[in-house]
Design a protein around this ligand. Structure first.
Ligand SMILES: Cc1cc2nc3c(=O)[nH]c(=O)nc-3n(C[C@H](O)[C@H](O)[C@H](O)COP(=O)(O)O)c2cc1C
Length: 161
């Protein structure tokens, strides 16, 4: 008897990157475009959306995978992402979702782990966090580091199903 040669690795069909940045065309835009490209190459339909604090985030429910992240300014996650998480229906829309988290910061990794990534996690109810990473500004141009993060997300997505 033969087992069918079908792939059992589950992949996200629809992914969205929710982010904020004080700049346009800066390191956040660069990172998000690269991550989006990597996810699309892996077969996902990808959208990105710059957060607005009082937006209606019910549309997020249709996505299988949500990437959330932003640069750090003055010790805080960029305000429209953190504001969306604390003040809009984004938190409810993310309930039980598979998410990946990232920050971009000039500080060393341990500081990001203790001070910055928790600013995102504290707003999530019962999330499935597939991967998380603090990118240095230089890493937002490092295609290898970005591909590794995206692959970690996809690997964890396959295992989480
Ligand atoms: C005004 C300002 C404040 C910043 N404050 C911090 C900080 O408190 N901690 C940190 O690790 N990085 C800090 N950074 C570094 C940024 O997180 C980093 O430069 C990031 O790449 C900026 O993203 P952007 O190019 O999309 O704006 C700051 C940068 C700026 C411009």
């Amino acid at each position: 008897m033969f087992t069918p040669m079908t792939s059992t690795i589950d992949k996200p069909a629809k992914a969205i990157i929710l982010y904020d940045s004080m700049s346009v065309g800066g390191s956040a835009d660069r990172l998000i475009d690269s991550m989006g490209k990597n996810l699309a190459e892996a077969g996902a339909y990808v959208e990105k959306a710059r957060c607005k604090t009082n937006a209606d985030y019910r549309f997020v429910e249709e996505f299988d995978l949500v990437l959330l992240g932003a640069p750090i300014y003055y010790l805080l996650v960029a305000s429209k992402l953190s504001g969306s998480l604390s003040q809009s229906n984004l938190r409810a829309a993310l309930k039980g979702k598979k998410v990946a988290l990232f920050v971009i910061c000039g500080s060393p990794e341990p500081m990001a782990q203790f001070l910055y990534l928790p600013q995102l996690k504290m707003h999530l109810d019962n999330p499935v966090i597939l991967a998380e990473k603090a990118f240095s500004p230089a890493e937002t141009s490092d295609s290898k580091a970005i591909a590794e993060f995206t692959q970690n997300i996809l690997d964890a997505y396959g295992k989480a199903n």
